[in-house]
Design a binder for this molecule. Structure first.
Ligand code: SF4
Length: 283
């Protein structure tokens, strides 16, 4: 049985698919989006995170930490010496059986709302074998959703789709060079898998984060709207940049220096979608 590391389980989530859902955040992501608001989900390693709330700045945890370039890695000793117990490991290992037993407890409540379970991350497809086991175990018990960048090989994507009821699919940038620049990877697999998703007949929603000057440009939103229209997709959810996104970086010893101007207000350009009869919801 496969094991995977989970960094958060959020109950009664209302933004991660239809109805009320339990969202499971799996660690590990092949992308490095500049605006990532879950930095603790990027690495597959079990990092130690520090809560800033209640920190007196005594520096004991830092004295016991290691430095990797500019990044600070807290150690077991850092956890032990904090007088306010503000440091902890952020990941927990689960087998698929353990995880499904835990998250399946509320299935009746979730089902009554038209909801279910959503696997997010990080990138849930980066632990696809574990994800597949979980999805199979949840079959006929509740609605199974994945929230994904779509960045994986197409055979993996098809296999996961076969056991998924609903997909929240991120499309960030249509220009490949811009995608590489801002996320660290090409969007080729993502766009190929989008076609597979459309052809699968599965229920899905496309989501685009609105990052000022990056994804919210007329050119990019026009490209996304055209892609949706070509595939007869008539609805999109836009997620405006959260200016608190950088707050978590210090807690995992990382620095946050996005190249875009965080002070700018993201522009949804709803008219671009409306011109193509695509309904927009701003989340
Ligand atoms: S040891 Fe605890 S209180 Fe002191 S700086 Fe570290 S986190 Fe803050």
């Amino acid at each position: 049985m496969k094991k995977a590391m989970v960094f958060s389980i959020e109950e009664f989530a209302t933004y991660d698919g239809p109805g009320i859902r339990t969202t499971v955040f799996l660690k590990g992501c092949p992308l490095r989006c500049e605006w990532c608001h879950n930095p603790e989900g990027q690495s597959t390693k079990n990092q130690i995170i520090k809560s800033q709330n209640g920190c007196t700045g005594c520096g004991r945890c830092v004295k016991e930490a290691r430095f990797v370039g500019k990044r600070i890695e807290y150690t077991e000793r850092s956890i032990e010496v904090c007088p306010n117990r503000l440091l902890r490991y952020c990941g927990v290992w689960y087998t698929s059986e353990e995880l499904v037993d835990k998250i399946g407890e509320n299935a009746d409540i979730l089902n009554a709302s038209g909801g279910g379970i959503t696997f997010s991350g990080g990138e849930p497809l980066s632990q696809h074998e574990f994800l597949f086991e979980c999805l199979k175990r949840l079959k006929n018990k509740t609605s199974r959703a994945i929230q994904t960048s779509g960045y994986c090989d197409s055979d993996v994507f098809k296999k996961i789709l076969s056991e998924t009821d609903y997909v929240l699919y991120d499309i960030k940038l249509v220009d490949e060079d811009a995608h590489i620049r801002y996320t660290g990877v090409s969007n080729k697999k993502i766009l190929d898998n989008f076609k597979i998703l459309v052809e699968s007949g599965k229920e899905f929603v496309v989501r685009t984060p609105l990052i000022p000057g990056v994804t919210d440009t007329v050119e990019n939103l026009n490209g996304i709207a055209t892609l949706l229209a070509e595939n007869q997709v008539s609805y999109i959810e836009l997620l405006p940049y959260n200016s608190f996104a950088g707050g978590k970086y210090a807690s995992v010893g990382m620095e946050y220096h996005p190249s875009f101007d965080e002070g700018l207000r993201p522009q949804p350009h709803i008219d671009i979608f409306e011109e193509k009869s695509i309904q927009v919801k701003i989340m």
